[in-house]
Design a protein around this ligand. Sequence first.
Ligand SMILES: [Zn+2]
Length: 225
Amino acid sequence: MQKLIDGYARFRSNVFPKQSGLFEKLAKGQQPQALFICCSDSRVVPEVVMQCEPGTLFPCRSVGNLVPPPTETASGVAATIEYAIRVLRIPDVVICGHSDCGAMKGILESEKIESLPAVRSYLEHAGPSSKWLTRLLKDATSLSFEQKLKLLTEANVIAQLQNLRNHPAVDDALKNNTVQVHGWVYDIGTGGILQFDAEQGCFRPLLPEEKTVVVTSSDRGRKIA
Ligand SMILES: [Zn+2]
């Protein structure tokens, strides 16, 4: 805890005074550019990766970057989505999965989360396609665990995009062309982001000059064309 308090002391003495104009403006309201739905994982810090000032992203942390269906009205994720779209009128929503995700590993190795009823229950929102894929992957002996994890992580982002579109606020905004939804996967080890290309049905690098990065323990960092 002391490390955190020391950090706060540095923020008060060094950072805040230098950015006092920004904080003065933010004290009066917010106009975020994107609702960013990502996992609770401590290694995924969108403000750092996107190099954003406070007030730019409207973050929504959810284990496994899951978006419970709109029928689950008590969900904090649903409330965040509704407020972001209907009140703040945020024009873009990103669902961002990530490499080495504990939630995705829990789906692949369900025996390891038997003693975690809350996690197990929440992961049900990963949806039928994840269950189907997980069953399929368990029989795919030619794939490494890392390859299976990557496939499941990408499939989960696609499934959550569908859940997101089903929320009434998002559905209305999509019909009015006032919102765009994006599916990303962030690789912790390389810093690379892949985005889902719905037309092509595949994930492509977010930046055009980036090459596809193979995310396996043996090939980590190796690039292919
Ligand atoms: Zn995660």
